[in-house]
Design a protein around this ligand. Structure first.
Ligand code: 3HC
Ligand code: NAI
Length: 693
């Protein structure tokens, strides 16, 4: 069957786009729509046309997989201009979602109906582009400049009700049956003698809001080019007639198509879907999870429990004693209260969670009926083994035993139980109810259906799960430890921590490494260094300035002072003049001669360290593919999404350039800067990380 069908119901031509899974506007669909409209124009029996989508949504947009390839006619703008120019009225009937090019098709129609629950949006900026098939010209004409700026530069879809309010749609359909609602509306329009009503013929929208929006976007863009370019396209709508405006939109669209940001964001789009596609779980049914246990109700345990409760699961939380259990319940209640005040949960929902779905206590027997338990007690192997022995004794056969350990050897934990196949790592990030990343750490004996269950659970919890193998720090923390060391070396060699933070924020990171240390707490880094001290190499350089801060009790935000000073109520922090002396002492101890570092060198060293360790992690099979590393950094470490992730970034820069940097840095420190064999091999073969995805 063709991707676009045409059938006549009375005088109504029904044009159906049927291109699963999201009715993307592929070349065949564009061609099909054009042919269907030619037939409609020529069909004397048809007085009005309805365009709708088969399956679960209207149209999910242009076919993203065609981006970056040579374009094939007919172009989407031409197809949509053709719809708008029809001499007989056209209705778009929207259900599910109408996104990007899909909404632009609807804007080319003369009347729009949406079913209850439908969402409509122009999310192109999230892919590094702008609506390139008339959206920036027609939407402001239809709903006004201000509302169009909000939808287009923000990229967030709106609900049908809001679309009705702002004039984007004309009617909300009734009932469940899309086709019936569409036919009903089209029949009504026919009876009324409704004429074509092209949006492009509406007057130019108001230019007044543009300047204020530009200023706001300039502040918030953080290096992203698409939102401001989209604003320029809307600005063109306020100054030109539709034909010239469309031409300007096209020009800006084609410009964005060529940018590395477009390639980074589209890499992110496909990679976040690819991470869950694992050969080892293909076709394997996950175990059912309704009720989970959480051991330890501290920072992580309370966050994990809240995340599960907000996702509809029941939670039994076990602490060391009744008092600690009550404290954990208090923490969870506090997070739920915050969710209520932000409008994300209603008061009865909060009440139901606290009275019906959360139990907190100290007796492990309460875990008998749980399907899966996540351990989040102190990061100490003996404590963990003790907890796992208790779990092994009480949990029913088939239940899953997971650990949230950050660094410890999960194979060793698993081997201490009688059921290693049921043991897995579920490594959440702090705050666990907010951070999207979940590393699913697969141990040697972990059964495939346990892995499948972990991925299914992640989906339920709203997390992006990435498979990792067992090693010190798994994917994220292992690579972090390496590039943090590169940053510390730069401080020892003369760079100020503030300069490093600023350079990396300019690069696009949400925070610089020393701001992150202050947020996490300097005691965490200290404990990690202590843990690794026994295995340290004589040539390893110690960041003694960080130890000095720890010993002075400057643990970061929680003590009001770390690398930065945090005045009451301020979480951004200000520079501390004392840091210079503390760092100078560390340099003197090491006997280094401080020198200048510019932003470019800071970024090059930091990124080279990240990419080099990323390559090792891939080569060792800790990450399955480079894209898994990228997703860990996008979702867990504040890496700028528009750069696609460290491995994609490395491809953009050129692996030969990164390798040359590493070799140059090795001239003064060949201990830290040893090129990863995979990186060397790819350069010799002229290949990219993408070739391993
Ligand atoms: N083009 C090509 N493939 C697409 C696609 C698109 N626009 N949208 C989704 N897909 C693919 C996904 O990659 C996935 O493939 P897979 O099964 O092989 O992994 C499959 O369709 C299903 O997608 P999801 O898993 O995301 O399905 P959901 O039901 O969760 O979500 C959706 C559906 C809300 C439509 C979501 O897929 C989405 O947000 N898609 C992107 C929408 C978008 O950004 N549209 C704008 C495109 S750019 C544009 O239109 C330019 C124009 O202005 C000229
Ligand atoms: P925390 O110190 O805030 O909480 C630990 C909790 O476990 C305490 O409330 C303690 O009373 C409880 N506990 C200790 N022994 C117990 C036992 N035998 N039975 C029941 N409860 C017990 O620690 P945090 O930060 O929550 O870390 C927990 C685990 O999560 C650690 O393994 C840590 O490495 C890991 N993790 C921590 C992250 C973080 O950013 N804090 C991020 C990701 C993982």
């Amino acid at each position: 069957m063709s991707d676009v069908s045409y059938d006549l119901e009375g005088q109504i031509a029904v044009i159906t786009v049927d291109n699963p899974p999201v009715n993307a506007l592929s070349r065949a669909v564009r061609d099909g729509i054009r042919q269907a409209f030619s037939r409609f124009e020529a069909d004397d029996a048809a007085g009005i046309a309805v365009i709708l989508g088969a399956g679960r949504l209207f149209i999910g947009g242009a076919d993203i997989s065609e981006f970056g390839k040579p374009p094939h006619p007919p172009s989407l703008p031409d197809v949509i201009n053709g719809i708008e120019a029809a001499a007989k009225p056209v209705v778009a009937a929207i259900h599910g979602t109408a996104l990007g090019g899909g909404l632009e098709v609807a804007l080319g129609a003369h009347y729009r109906l949406a079913m209850p629950g439908a969402t409509l949006g122009l999310p192109e900026v999230k892919l590094g582009i702008l609506p390139g098939a008339g959206g920036t010209q027609r939407l402001p004409r239809l709903i006004g400049t201000e509302a169009a700026l909000r939808m287009i530069t923000g990229g967030t879809p709106i609900a049908a009700e809001q679309a009705l309010e702002n004039g984007l749609i004309d009617r909300i359909g009734t009932g469940e049956d899309l086709r019936a609602a569409a036919l009903d509306y089209a029949g009504f329009l026919l009876d009324e003698g409704a004429a074509p009503r092209p949006v492009g013929a509406l007057p130019r929208p108001d230019a007044a809001p543009i300047d204020a929006w530009r200023k706001t976007l300039e502040k918030s863009a953080r290096g992203e080019v698409a939102p401001l370019t989209a604003l320029c396209a809307i600005d063109a709508a306020t100054r030109h007639d539709i034909r010239e405006g469309l031409a300007e939109e096209r020009r800006l669209f084609m410009h964005l198509m060529e940018t590395p940001q477009r390639s980074g964001l589209i890499h992110a789009f496909f990679s976040e879907r690819a991470v869950a596609k694992l050969p080892e779980i293909k076709g394997i049914a996950p175990r059912a999870i309704r009720h989970i246990g959480v051991i330890g109700g501290g920072t992580m345990g309370a966050g994990i429990a809240t995340n599960a409760l907000l996702s509809g699961l029941s939670v039994t939380l076990i602490e060391r004693d009744a008092q600690s259990a009550e404290k954990a319940r208090g923490t969870i209640t506090g997070i739920l209260d915050a969710a209520v005040s932000r409008g994300m949960l209603d008061a009865p929902g909060r009440e139901a969670i606290l009275t019906q779905r959360l139990q907190a206590g100290a007796g492990y027997d309460a875990l008998k009926d749980t399907d899966l338990v996540i351990e989040a007690v102190f990061e100490n192997m003996d404590v963990k083994k003790d907890v796992f022995a208790k779990l092994d004794a009480v949990m029913r056969p088939g239940a899953i035993l997971a650990t949230n350990t950050s660094y410890l050897d999960i194979d060793e934990i698993a081997a201490s139980t009688s059921r290693p196949a049921d043991v897995i790592g579920l490594h959440f990030f702090s705050p666990a109810h907010i951070m999207k990343l979940l590393e699913v750490v697969v141990a040697q004996e972990t059964a495939p259906d346990v892995v499948a269950t972990a991925f299914a659970l992640a989906k339920k919890l709203g997390k992006t799960a990435v498979r990792a193998g067992v090693c010190d720090g798994f994917i994220g923390n292992r690579i972090l430890s390496h590039y943090r060391t590169a940053a510390d070396h730069m401080v020892l060699d003369g760079a100020s921590p503030y300069r490093i933070d600023a350079a990396l924020k300019d690069f696009g990171f949400a925070m610089g490494p020393y701001q992150v240390s202050d947020l996490a707490g300097l005691d965490i880094g200290y404990a990690t260094r202590q843990r690794k001290a026994a295995k340290a190499h004589p040539k390893d350089r110690a960041p003694t300035f960080a130890d000095a801060l720890y010993h002075k009790g400057r643990l970061g935000q929680k003590t009001g002072r770390g690398y930065y000073i945090y005045d009451a109520g301020d979480r951004r922090g200000r520079h501390d003049p004392e840091i210079e002396a503390i760092v100078a002492e560390a340099r003197a101890q090491e006997g280094t001669n401080p020198r200048e570092f510019d932003d470019d060198e800071i970024v090059r060293r930091y990124m080279a360290a990240m990419v080099n360790e990323g390559a090792r992690v891939v080569e060792e099979g800790i990450a399955m593919r480079p894209l898994d590393v990228d997703m860990v950094f996008l979702y867990g470490y504040g890496f700028p999404r528009w750069r696609g992730g460290p491995m994609h970034y490395a491809d953009t820069v050129g692996l030969d350039t990164i390798l040359a940097d590493i070799r140059r840095f090795a001239e003064t420190d060949d201990h830290f800067w040893t090129p990863a064999p995979l990186l060397e091999r790819l350069v010799v073969e002229g290949r990219s990380f993408a070739s391993l995805n």
